[in-house]
Ligand binder design. Sequence first.
Ligand code: ADP
Ligand code: GLC
Length: 497
Amino acid sequence: MKVLLAAAEIFPLVKTGGLADVVGALPGALISTGAEVRLVLPGLPAILAGVEGLTTVCELGALFGAGRVTLRLGRMSDNGVLTYVIDAPYLYQRTGNPYQDSQGREWPDNIQRFALLGWAAAHLAAGELDPLWVPDVLHAHDWHAAMACAYVASHPVQRVATVFTIHNLAYQGLFPVEDFHLLGLPSRLMVSQGLEFHGSLSFMKAGLKFSQRVTTVSPNYAREIATEEFGCGLDGVIRARGAAVSGILNGVDGSIWNPARDPLIASNYSARSLKGKPLCKAALQKELGLRVDAKAPLFAVVSRLTSQKGLDLVLAALPNLLQGAADGGAQLAVQGNGDPSLEAAFTAAAASYPGRVAVWLRYDEALAHRMMAGADAILVPSRFEPCGLTQLYALLYGTVPVVREVGGLADTVVDATPEAIQSDVATGFMFGPATTWGLDQAMARTLDAYRNPPLWRQLMLRGMAQNFSWEVAAAQYLALYGELLAGAPGTGQISPA
Ligand code: ADP
Ligand code: GLC
């Protein structure tokens, strides 16, 4: 089975969040499970520099405002996965992140930049760009690649099966309707049953309406997005797809996130010998300017700073968490960047509690590993969370997650209720309503458990024993692709009309 994955970011070359980790790990897992996988990525500077041995597949000429577009093929340097790179200097050769300039403004031509990604994926799938390799399945990730599904649906040759994965329904790729003509698509698609969304043009809807199957990154989020509370205005569209929408939980790349072999942490450790973990904690406290104190419960946050992540609750709960500043009082380390008001509030908190609150407002992959290894507990109080990867990394690093009962967090953490502790399945602490009180209560329970070393050790070891291997997810994706290729009932190509 030949599978083409289309996405805008990939670890380790370009990463703004968990999407990159998934796109970095999924191809290898699918290949080990028996599929033939290639990627198609935009030719951002780090991608052109990081994909090895690029050769020209074809010249595409002038497209989407770019005077010259060339399709190249090379291999990812870390795992050798064959990767098509869309080399369009006018659209992609820029500093900043894939979506925004260095001032945080959306690139004004994002409609063309991501339409080109979808267009190239769809035309590769039609066998027009590289006749030597024609995929059976086109799997597009998030709104950035979603237009691939509309281009396939409007193409006269529709032999490829299409799967669209939602990593975050809140980012939809909305553009002015007046720009529809830039896409080169038939006008019959620009209707409420197609790409139109409350007077805008929605790339997300291209994936939701024109793919054969829609997946998202946890079973719980798949249920949630069919409700008004979590549907971001698209719950009706999602409900209308019925059983074509499902959840497949993300995995963890064990070659990157494994405390026994992680070269980025102060001391390696495993469930068999936890001796290295306190060394990691002391090293982290020292590095961040926290008081070096083995007894102080150290809470960490590693996150984009956006309203999604519920970190305003952490700010509001901070005085309670830190009260009783005697030896052994709790500490907080925050690593993240994003919303300037959250950045300022955390900076102010660090200034108010020197030695007890540390804030690192930068993107730093190596520090994220040291945070996972050095902290005692990680806070993920998200308002919504499609899957969440940091709680998975934390579990495997023996760092107890304190999470809101939402999305993938609820699928991956088992709350330490007396029954769960009794039956030794508890892995963390969970709270329901997104309120300061809810987080307060969960953190108070966490502190109680921390003061009970045998219980804390039990939670750590149960977490470290979790299996979030990508093999499980890859097998589920392959089964889904297989159903489409076998022409399972009700999964025929969706007509764009
Ligand atoms: P999301 O994709 O919504 O941001 P996830 O939990 O799925 O949330 O993934 C976040 C990823 O980004 C994780 O790999 C996490 O370690 C990483 N990350 C977030 N903020 C930072 C940061 N400031 N520095 C390094 N890594 C970060
Ligand atoms: C998104 C979600 C996050 C998920 C990640 C990878 O960025 O916000 O919950 O883990 O994608 O699928």
